[in-house]
Structure formats: C-alpha cells, structure tokens
Design a protein around this ligand. Structure first.
Ligand code: UD1
Length: 340
C-alpha cells in the first residue's frame, strides 16, 4: 500500500481527496493545523471509508517542526500539498500572513522531501494564475499575468518554487493542478465545505442563505460583458476534482509523467454566470433564494473557464457531475450539518 501524506487534509478539497485516496487503496497521513477546518472531519472520513487516517496537527510554516515530523513519519511515498490560506480579500489586507504561511510551508515541505527521499509532489494551484485571460477558454499555455491579490501571487510563486526545485534535483517531480471553482460535497453529506465565519465564496453563501443563516445573498455586479451581465466561472464538483488527484499521484508513482513538472487545468470546460448558478440551485432544490444585485466586488474578474482537453487526454480524466448535482449535494450537506 502506498503511503500518501496529505497536508491540509481536513480542509474542503483535502478531505474529499483523502476519501478518494482511501477508496483507491492508498494509506493516508494527514497534517493540518485546523486553521480553517475542524477535527471532526476525520470522523466524516471514517464514516465514508471505514478508515480514520493518521493525523498530526502542526504548523507547516514552522521549519523545525516540519522537518522533525517528516523524519519521524516513515515511508511516505508521495505528498499532496493543499495546506494554505485562501481568502482573496484577506490576502490584500494581510499580505505577509499569506506569503509567510503559503510559501514557507511549501518550502519546508520540499526541504523535508529532499531530506527524506520523498520524490513526488502534487500541488494545489489555481486558475487565478491566469487573471482575466484575453482568450477563453484558458489552456495550460495561456499567459500567467501579474496576480490581482497576494493570494494569487502565492500560487504563481509556489509554482515557480516547485519548478526551480525540480529543475535543480534530478529525483524530484511534481504536478500542479490548477483548480477552477470547486463546489459541492460528498454524496454521503458526511463532509463538505465549511468555511469558518461568513463565507467569501458563492456556493456556501447560497446554501447558508437558503437555510436562513444569512439574510440575503449579494450578487456582485450585473454589468459584466456576459450573457446576463453577471460574472462567469467554471464550477467543478469537488468529488470530480478529488478524483483527479488520485490520478495525478498515481501518474507520478508509476512514472508515467511525461515531464518532471507538469501542469493541468481542472475544470468542466463550461462557464456559468452567477445568475445561472442561482437559478439552477432554485430548480434542483425547490428553495427560493433571497438575493439582490449590488456593485461589483473589488478584484473579481469578468469571466474564466477551462480548456480541459490536455487534462482529459493526458490524465484520462473528465468531470462526470453536472452543476445541478453539485449544487444539490452542497444543499444536502448544509441541511445535514445543520440538522435540518
Ligand atoms: C477566487 C479565485 C480562485 C480561488 C478562490 C478562493 C479567481 C478567478 N478565482 O474564486 O482561484 O481559489 O477565489 O476563495 O480568481 N459572488 C457573488 N456573491 C457572493 C460570493 C461570490 O456574487 O456572495 C460571485 C463572485 O463575484 C464571482 C462568483 O460569485 O463572480 C464566484 O465567486 P467565489 O466563489 O468567491 O470564487 P472566485 O472569486 O471566482
């Protein structure tokens, strides 16, 4: 059984990926400092898979602790590094918090890989590296433009750190997965997206409004150059996204990667506007959403969606779940979590 260390494994994408790894006969070890997740996520993972992963709570930005822990955990075959801060707005007001956490943790992980002969790394990147692309859909070759936020910049710099580290070390190899907008929850509703505090992202805000925790959803901007004037994103079911990680890690472990450092877009290839998301949510759940159109949110781009042909062909992966299924799963999870 291959042993995979998953940093950020109790987080939203991390926990769904842990489930897929266990279901595909990997042994999982999680490191998470619970800064934006809760320990009982481990119980959800156990309910779904029958296995409770080994868990360590340390701060990966602490170099000594990280190197010590990784030398104690034996026989790690590969690492998936999710652990990072991800609130775009907060990163603008507290840039050093983002640079210190997101970059130091990555560098500490790579250093620990080198000392412990762990060669394979899968990294959580983001479509944010493309900014507002001139040509849509974006391919992996689309230009990387100056990031709009320190958060986005940490993803760009992180990819460079990984590239340079791999270039300098013949043993290391890695895959960066550029996520579009992950939404939804596991079909069991035992795990899901649970932002601490008021959600920044659209879908948790929708489900929390529908259940009555938030009074009203604000739709940020209706004057974009899109079909209905609201901004367009590529919303991907988190379970489809999680499955791509299993393929990426296997690709590295089985040595079928074509380059030492590869990059893949993970999206559906379809863009949907905010109003389309709201209408689909209302259709599939039968709930009526209280929403209001307000000014644009600072830093938002107008539209982005993925060209997924490279990931489809090279990884033999494509999304299977629709927007409606993803939104319904997020709603089922919200209700289960709130006991409704
Ligand atoms: C952004 C980044 C993504 C990053 C994520 C982390 C881009 C293109 N994407 O996603 O890489 O991982 O943040 O949080 O930079 N909206 C509303 N009302 C709300 C919330 C959102 O109308 O209450 C709208 C937004 O204006 C946007 C869409 O919904 O058009 C999606 O927003 P959100 O879920 O926050 O994700 P992004 O900003 O696209």
């Amino acid at each position: 059984m291959k042993r995979i260390l998953v940093t950020g494994g109790t987080g939203y994408i991390g926990s769904h990926t842990v489930v897929e790894l266990i279901n595909n006969d990997f042994e999982v070890i999680i490191i998470d400092n619970l800064s934006n997740s809760q320990i009982d996520v481990l119980d959800g993972i156990e309910k779904i898979t029958g296995t409770k992963p080994e868990f360590y709570n340390i701060d990966l930005a602490d170099k000594t602790k990280t190197l010590d822990l990784l030398s104690q955990i034996k026989s790690i075959d590969a690492i998936i590094h999710f652990a990072a801060y991800k609130a775009v707005g907060e990163s603008v007001s507290e840039p050093l918090k983002y640079y210190q956490n997101n970059l130091n943790s990555l560098m500490n992980i790579i250093e620990a890989m080198k000392t412990n002969n762990i060669n394979s790394l899968v990294f959580s990147s983001s479509c944010t590296v493309y900014g507002q692309a001139k040509i849509l859909p974006v391919t992996e070759q689309s230009p990387i433009i100056k990031a709009d936020s320190p958060y986005g910049n940490t993803k760009q710099i992180a990819e460079e750190i990984i590239y340079d580290s791999i270039f300098a070390d013949e043993n290391l190899k890695g895959i960066a997965l550029r996520y579009f907008n992950p939404i939804g929850a596991h079909e069991s509703a035992e795990i899901g997206e649970l932002p601490i505090g008021s959600p920044n992202n659209l879908v948790p805000f929708i489900t929390q409004t529908a259940i009555g925790i938030r009074e009203q959803l604000q739709v940020f901007g209706s004057d974009y150059n899109t079909t209905d004037g609201t901004a367009v994103r590529d919303y991907i079911h988190v379970v489809d996204l999680a499955k791509a990680h299993v393929i990426a890690i296997s690709r590295l472990l089985e040595n079928i990667n074509k380059l030492d450092f590869e990059v893949f877009n993970l999206g559906t290839g379809v863009g949907n506007s905010v109003l389309e998301v709201i209408n689909t949510f209302e259709d599939v759940t039968g709930e009526k959403l209280n929403y209001k159109i307000v000014e644009r949110r600072a830093g938002d781009i107008e539209k982005v969606w993925a060209d997924t042909s490279f990931a489809n062909k090279e990884l033999g992966w494509k999304t299977e779940k629709s927007l409606g299924e993803a939104l319904l799963s997020a709603w089922v999870r919200e209700k289960k979590y709130r006991g409704v």
